[in-house]
Structures are given as C-alpha cells and as structure tokens.
Design a protein around this ligand. Structure first.
Ligand SMILES: [Zn+2]
Ligand SMILES: [Zn+2]
Length: 268
C-alpha cells in the first residue's frame, strides 16, 4: 500500500568503516515541509559494546536492524537531543541515555500530530499510535565530559546547547565527531535568541580540534564532512542579521526562512 513496507526498504545501511555504520532515513519521505532530505543515525561498534546514536522516526522497527549488525554485543542507545526525528524508536530498546536537561522530554509520549497533514501517505503508519511516539524505557542522564567505553573505542560527550538545551555532540577516540543538529548542511533550525549559545557551542567544538584532523558526522544530510562545516556555520549565523531582509515566512514551520551559500536557515 505504501512505497515502503518494512525496515529493509526503509533504512539505508552504509558500512562506512569497520566499526561505523550510517543508518539513513528519508525525512522528506515523511514530510517534505522540513526542507530536509536525510536523518542519519550512527552505530559505533567497539570490541564488547556498540553505541547507537539516535533512534530516528519510529516508522519502522529499528531494533532488528541493529541486532543484525552487532550480533551479541551489548548495545547502548543515546539521543543527541529529544526532537521527534531522533527519538522515534526509543521505546524498542531497554534503555536510553540523554543529556540531563532533556530526560523529561523522552519520559513522556511525544505528540507528532503536526505530521498528520503531510502530503506523504507514509505518515498514516503513525495512526497506530494516534500520532504520538511512545516514551523511552529506563532513561539515564549523561553530562558534559562523560565517557562511554565500547572496548578499544570510546566516545566522549560534549554538551553543545543551542539547537536545544540538552543537545550533545559525541567525539570518538578516533576523531569522529557526531554533531547531532548542532551543525549540519541543509536547513539549520535556530532561534534568534539562542544564536550566542549556538555560536559558543560551535567554538567549543572548534577549540577541541585546532590542530587535529576530524571528520564530522551530523544527524542530517551529508556525513563525513570536514571541520569547515563548523567554520561556515559559525560565519553564516553571524551573517544572518545582514541578510535578514531576504527572509520569507513559512506557515507550517511558523518560522522565517533564509539562505546563504552553504545553508538554509529556519529561524523561530
Ligand atoms: Zn533537532
Ligand atoms: Zn533533527
């Protein structure tokens, strides 16, 4: 009945490195009104444990997909933040880690009624839960500088607020940086009053890598990009005031839309 009928059709799984999988969903196939093509979930596999970064939209079962990839290794699930496109599959897993400032958001069901009038039929799959995403089980809070040991691989939490209060980035001991929605190409969602907070979070990330080479893995659009993403975004945000006259109102998002050379911005 729908263009996609199961997890296999829906998720695109890319084994990008021996220990790193990119699991992609088409956000525009759910609702094109977000001006975003892809949501990227990541799976980092260490010698004894694996870390799943975000659980996506919840449209199709994610846990069997992950189980097939990690076999009997222990799985740790973490959310970069609590927006609907990152937490939809939380309820399938035994537990979820999230920054302490957003524990509350994932402990209750999440209303996604705003998707109901999407032009895409696939959202009708959400009818089975009345356009809500169920709450996570066993929520554990994490904070800046916590480290998660996966065996040979470890991942450090960096609190990067701005996009949301509890947004985190994650850095592996092999210099992969997962930025969540703090920095990605495509459409950046920002609130004018949080510009200084976002800018200081981006500086915090840039300060970590003055010399070293890193690869950036954002939660939307292109992945494995260079740290110039952070520089371009920082410059772009600082320039928004200068292009403010070019803004166009978006009634669905209830936001102003602007663009520059590298990004589109939805400003709330
Ligand atoms: Zn978000
Ligand atoms: Zn997002």
């Amino acid at each position: 009945m729908f263009k996609y009928s199961n997890s296999k059709d829906w998720f695109e799984i890319i084994k990008y490195k021996d220990y790193l999988y990119v699991i992609r969903e088409r956000l525009d196939e759910i609702d094109p009104r977000f001006y975003t093509s892809y949501t990227n979930l990541y799976l980092v596999v260490g010698s004894h444990s694996a870390l799943l970064v975000d659980t996506g939209s919840g449209l199709f079962p994610l846990k069997p997909v992950i189980s097939d990839l990690i076999l009997d290794k222990r799985l740790i699930v973490i959310n970069t933040h609590s927006h609907f496109d990152h937490i939809g599959g939380n309820n399938e897993f035994d537990g979820v880690l999230i920054h302490k400032k957003e524990c509350k958001e994932i402990s209750k069901s999440c209303d996604i009624l705003f998707l109901k009038d999407s032009s895409n039929e696939i959202v009708k799959l959400y009818e089975r839960t009345n356009y809500t995403l169920p709450p996570a089980n066993n929520i554990q809070s994490i904070k800046d500088e916590d480290t998660i040991d996966l065996g040979e691989l470890s991942v450090k939490i960096i609190h990067t607020p701005g996009h949301s209060r509890g947004s985190i980035s994650l850095l592996t001991n092999r210099n992969e940086l997962f930025t969540g929605d703090t920095a990605h190409y495509g459409t950046m969602y920002l609130t004018k009053k949080t510009f200084p907070i976002v800018l200081s979070s981006i500086s915090k990330l840039l300060d970590l890598f003055q010399e070293s080479k890193i690869e950036v893995y954002p939660s939307h659009e292109e992945f494995a990009v260079g740290k110039e993403l952070l520089v371009e975004l920082s410059n772009g945000i600082k320039n928004i005031d200068k292009i403010w006259d070019t803004k166009v109102r978006d009634d669905f998002l209830e936001a102003w839309i602007l663009s520059d050379e590298y990004f589109k911005y939805a400003i709330f």
